[in-house]
Design a binder for this molecule. Structure first.
Ligand code: BDR
Ligand code: CA
Length: 325
């Protein structure tokens, strides 16, 4: 029997907005985080996983397992953090704010790929959602190694853009751009995917009023979240130029929220592909060779109830910060 609680695996490159997504899921009474898998992007895998372990210690949730994912793009031998990612997320991934907790806990010895495959097989269809918020290399490996789960897996990913320019170039969004070949394989797999891309994530913001409210909780967690997000707001103002809208984009938290409550967005069903060649490398676009193919397996989020999301996001984060020690 399906339950009302959404089981979630977060595949994070932790990351400021990844940290906010993790916080949101932990703060959501209608979600159960069954594990974190670490990918690369804003930081290297080891660094992201270390951040995840410390964040879980900070929240008193060391019961949640953390797994390491594949640490470099499918077409490269290694990965180094792009300069822009370090500018946006700080060298430590949390905007140079120090996570107020340490831990001796290590990542599990099993790989992210194995954990995701086993989890999809374990739970009834529709009960578990995988939420990738970084490079899609691990998810592509999952679908390649276990094609039998393609009809069962549900993916709600942060990445891509259909109606907006890219954020690392005219066409490409950062997460897709880390490994366009892997992202293309994921979209081509036929799996049930909801793409929460720049079309909607640029419409949801966190402002200085929000960080002030977090700071006023008076808790170390509230202060940490406020310091970290103030960094992100400041760097967005500095880097976004005329596109700055008065706050930072809540990219990854919106994907997590849509995984829990799909009614936050409306979507366009299509068969998507990722350009892997030429100047449009990394672009997410409808696949002309599958234009008539049914069912159309990717739902692209195009509108969002931004105010409803923002209210829910801040209510939950404030409760989490207040309840922390
Ligand atoms: C995405 O790229 C990363 O920098 C963010 O964490 C987010 O997942 C936005 O394009
Ligand atoms: Ca991310």
């Amino acid at each position: 029997m399906l339950t009302d609680t959404a089981k979630i695996i977060l595949d994070l490159d932790t990351g400021i907005d990844d940290t906010l997504a993790l916080s949101y899921v932990l703060a959501s009474p209608d979600a159960e985080l069954i594990g974190i898998t670490g990918t690369y992007g804003n930081v290297v895998v080891d660094h992201g996983v270390s951040n995840d372990l410390r964040l879980l210690a900070m929240y008193g949730r060391e019961d949640i397992p953390v797994f390491k994912g594949i640490d470099h793009p499918s077409t490269a031998e290694s990965f180094a953090v792009p300069p822009d990612s370090e500018i946006f997320h700080g060298a430590n991934g949390t905007g140079n704010a120090e996570i107020p907790a340490q831990t001796d806990r290590q990542a599990e010895s099993r790989s992210s790929v194995d954990f995701i495959i086993e989890s999809v097989r374990k739970y009834p269809k529709g009960e578990l959602t995988i939420v990738p918020t970084g490079a899609l290399t691990t998810i592509a490996a999952v679908l390649e190694q276990a094609p039998d789960i393609v009809d069962k897996i549900r993916i709600v990913l942060m990445g891509g853009s259909l109606t907006q320019p890219g954020n690392v170039g005219p066409f490409a969004e950062a997460n897709i751009n880390q490994d366009p070949e892997a992202a293309n394989a994921v979209f081509a797999s036929g799996a049930d995917i909801t793409m929460v891309g720049l079309d909607v994530t640029t419409q949801v913001l966190m402002t200085k009023d929000d960080t002030k409210a977090l700071r006023e909780t008076g808790t170390p967690v509230g202060k940490f979240l406020a310091d970290m997000t103030d960094y992100y707001i400041g760097i967005s103002e500095q880097e976004d130029g005329d596109n700055y809208q008065g706050g930072c984009n809540l990219h990854d938290p919106l994907a997590a929220a849509v995984a829990i409550d799909p009614t936050l967005v409306t979507t366009l069903a299509t068969n998507l592909m990722v350009e892997t060649e030429g100047p449009q490398r990394g672009r997410t676009i409808g696949d002309p060779s599958r234009i008539l193919q049914e069912p159309k397996t990717t739902k692209v989020a195009l509108t969002v109830e931004a105010q409803r999301f923002h209210t829910q996001f801040m209510d939950r984060l404030l409760n989490l910060a207040k309840a922390s020690k």
